[in-house]
Structure formats: C-alpha cells, structure tokens
Design a protein around this ligand. Structure first.
Ligand code: OAD
Ligand code: ZN
Length: 246
C-alpha cells in the first residue's frame, strides 16, 4: 500500500506521558513489570496458559484507565494538532486511551487499546463497554468465542507499521515523550526519523539510553514541559519547523 504524506510533526509517546494522570509506567522501580511477569500477562503463550489471569490484569487496567483523566501534556498535544491539522501525527505505545479522550484525532495506537477487545474465533473487534465482563474469560456476543484484550503482546506485530514508516520518512520534527526507548520496533523510530533528516526532541525526566541521538533534551516531566514547548512551536510556525529552525 502506498501512502502520501506531507512534511510532518510526528510525536511518539510512552507510559511516561500518563504518569502524571496517575497511571504507573512499566519499568520504574514501582512499575507494572515489577509486579507481573511480562511473559504471563503480555504474551500469546501466557494467554493460552492462563486466560483468567490475563483477563484479570487487563480488566483492572481498563477500570483504572477510566478512573483517571488526561493531563496537561495530553491537552497540549491536542492544541498542537489543532494548530497544524494537516501536518500532525501522534503515535502512541500507550493503551490507556487518554490521548483519544483528550480529543486527539490523528492518532495511531500501535500497541492496541484497553477500550476494545477481539474475538479469538470470528475476529470481531468490539468496545469493552458493550461486553459482559463478569465471566472470567468474556465471550463474543456474536459467535460465543473467547474474547481477548485488543493489546499487541510481545511476539506480536504492532499495528499500522507501514503507515508509521511512511510518516517517519516525511517527518521534519520528531518529538519523543515519556518512553524508555527499549521496546522495538518503537525504539527504532528515532533512528529512522533522524536518518530521513528530522530534528529530534526528547521529553523525559530521566536520562534515557539513547539520549545522545536527540537534538534537544527537556529533562523534566511531560506535564511540566509540553504546554510551554507547544506554545513555542506554534509561535515559530510551520514554515520555520519545516526548515528546521527550532
Ligand atoms: P517504560 O515504563 O519503559 O518507560 C517510561 C518512561 O517514562 C521512562 O523513560 C521514564 O523516565 C519516563 N517518565 C516517567 N515519568 C514521566 C513523566 N512524568 N513525564 C515524562 N516521562 C516520564 O514505558 P514505555 O517506554 O512506554 O508494551 O514502554 C514501552 C512498552 O513496553 C509499552 O508500550 C508496553 C511495555 O511493555 C506492551 O505492553 C506491548
Ligand atoms: Zn466472535
């Protein structure tokens, strides 16, 4: 499939952007992967072995995601999209749905989403809020097959990779927010964007391993940084961003 894109401001977000909404990241010392074995709750083999456990984990995360709100960083990215509606693209590794709830339109949820699930039998994709979640493994309302969370697990292929590749090739500014940069293929997007000439900006309170690959580094939280950074980009204007004068 061929995609035709325009010079793009492409944003990649990870768990860190939702930290200030009250959702724990994965790899912090109190993170989700400290309490759960990734292979048990985030792999197709784990689901085959113990679907009850996997569903317990995702039902809890779904309920928690609904109980929190988008923060200043999510809202700032919506403002950036509205300023440059034809040139803005947001790729997220997050499944919490906070970007969508903030009103983000050009959104690629490459690791799936908590608010939908999939039938393992007839492949139907349905909203969680229409599913009877009381059985330990919920059933498809159409065919009665077992449902699974609409999450891209380890060993599975992230969604929309061809479109993402095309966006990265036409990217003039690549903004990476709140991701540790260790999970591929998302971790490789930075190199692709750089290779095709994009300016690169990182927002992360910690020093990430690929720090040296960024042109600019805001070592602060997403909610502290994004409102000011977005205003600065809007003030600069699209032409200056395309010319790389940031
Ligand atoms: P990680 O938990 O690996 O990394 C979160 C990053 O956010 C770290 O670099 C933190 O320093 C940073 N951070 C923490 N608080 C922040 C804040 N307030 N503002 C900005 N940054 C902050 O999470 P991800 O990089 O998103 O995949 O993890 C990538 C993937 O690994 C996830 O999508 C998930 C996980 O396994 C699947 O489940 C398939
Ligand atoms: Zn079905």
């Amino acid at each position: 499939m061929a995609f035709h894109t325009k010079p793009g401001i492409v944003v990649l977000t990870g768990a860190g952007i939702s930290a200030e909404s009250g959702i724990r990241t994965f790899r912090a010392s109190d993170g989700l992967w400290e309490e759960h074995r990734v292979e048990d709750v985030a792999s197709p083999e784990g689901f085959d072995r113990d679907p009850d456990l996997v569903w317990r984990f995702y039902k809890e995360r779904y309920t928690q995601a609904l109980s929190v709100k988008p923060n200043a960083a999510h809202h700032a990215l919506v403002k950036l999209e509205r300023a440059f509606p034809s040139n803005f693209y947001l790729i997220t590794q997050n499944v919490d749905g906070l970007h969508a709830r903030a009103g983000q339109e050009s959104l690629i949820e490459m690791h799936g989403r908590l608010r939908t699930c999939l039938c393992t039998n007839c492949k139907l994709r349905i909203d969680m809020n229409t599913v009877d979640l009381s059985p330990s493994v919920p059933r498809c309302p159409k065919c009665g097959g077992f449902l699974r969370p609409d999450i891209v697990w380890f060993g599975e292929i992230p969604y929309e990779l061809a479109r993402i590749e095309s966006l990265l090739q036409d990217c003039v500014l690549f903004l990476v927010i709140g991701t540790s940069g260790v999970v591929y293929p998302a971790a490789g997007f930075l190199m692709t964007a750089k290779y095709f000439g994009a300016k690169t900006i990182c927002v992360n309170p910690d020093k990430v391993p690929n720090r040296d690959l960024f042109d600019q580094y805001y070592q602060d939280t997403a909610a502290n940084t994004l409102p000011g950074l977005v205003d600065h980009l809007i003030e600069l204007g699209l032409d200056a961003i395309i010319q790389g004068s940031i």
